[in-house]
Design a protein around this ligand. Structure first.
Ligand SMILES: [Zn+2]
Length: 290
């Protein structure tokens, strides 16, 4: 006689076991199934392999600043469609989709923030908005944010996550490379620091302009960083690429980065850099131009 009566419940056709949606997530790299709350508490870094999940601009603002924007710049600046560009979809439809997915007006948000009490201007790109691509508005917002940082005599931090220039705007998007770089040169001339944070992926026109111009270039681990992507290079030169090509670790080894910092250490690192580059205002020691 069995102590337990085994009851087998058979699911009827069309009936499915109900698992609350989004409670668990699978790591893209190691396949580990992770409890979403645990992942969030760990800065969206896989607890098993250290893979950095993609996060939004607002999540980065939450993680890296004391309390988000104290003042947001140009929050309603919107892209137009100057070329009436259509590929497989209309550019205007792609913009609308980006806005719906991210609840952002454009692929970048800019404003003044506090980081460890330090005032700074910060720009954060969001890859989920048209691949974080830089059109006229992204370029203009970054250029204006840089000017504000220069005028206010505070450091600038730009967090990049981008596929590069926005091809739907043609030459107008390429012009943003020169514009943003020019404003950064003025910021540098004023003796003010700029920290560039590169996250997965930072490629194309963004790498060819502001992302690589930091006084300190910091990257998250395992990020793809480069101009043309590995597939394009492989096809062009017709050769196999070395292992780990264009990852942060590879780029650091080849001298294009200063340091790789995991996301959970990023804010601490920025503060440490500010300590060196700006110095505490309450320390009573004026350091003059950094
Ligand atoms: Zn993992």
């Amino acid at each position: 006689m069995g102590w337990f009566k085994k009851v087998r419940r058979t699911l009827g056709s069309g009936e499915r076991l109900k698992v609350p949606k989004g409670l668990w997530t699978k790591c893209d790299k190691c396949g580990e199934i992770i409890y979403r709350k645990e992942l969030e508490a760990n800065f969206h870094i896989c607890v098993k392999c250290g893979y950095h999940f993609r996060i939004s601009a607002s999540e980065y603002l939450q993680i890296l600043t004391d309390s988000g924007f104290v003042e947001e710049f140009d929050p309603r600046m919107k892209s137009k469609d100057p070329l009436g560009f259509v590929d497989s979809k209309k550019y205007s439809d792609r913009l609308k989709k980006g806005q719906d997915t991210t609840k952002m007006v454009e692929a970048v948000r800019t404003g003044e923030v506090r980081i460890g009490g330090y005032p700074a201007v910060m720009a954060v790109l969001d890859f989920s908005f048209m691949g974080g691509s830089m059109g006229s508005v992204v370029g203009e917002k970054i250029a204006r944010a840089t000017v504000k940082a220069t005028e206010r005599r505070i450091p600038l931090v730009i967090l990049s996550s981008s596929g590069g220039a926005r091809m739907q705007e043609g030459i107008l998007s390429l012009m943003q490379l020169a514009k943003t770089s020019g404003r950064l040169a003025e910021h540098r001339k004023a003796g003010l620091p700029y920290i560039s944070i590169l996250t997965h992926p930072t490629t194309g026109g963004v790498t060819a302009s502001f992302a690589m111009l930091g006084d300190v270039n910091v990257a998250e681990p395992g990020a793809l960083i480069g101009f043309a992507g590995p597939r394009v290079i492989k096809e062009t030169i017709g050769e196999e690429l070395p292992e780990g090509f264009q990852t942060s670790e590879f780029v650091l080894e080849h001298g294009f980065l200063d340091v790789i910092v995991p996301r959970n250490e990023m804010k601490k690192t920025i503060i440490k850099l500010f300590d060196h580059l700006v110095g505490r205002h309450d320390s009573g020691t004026e350091t003059g131009s950094p």
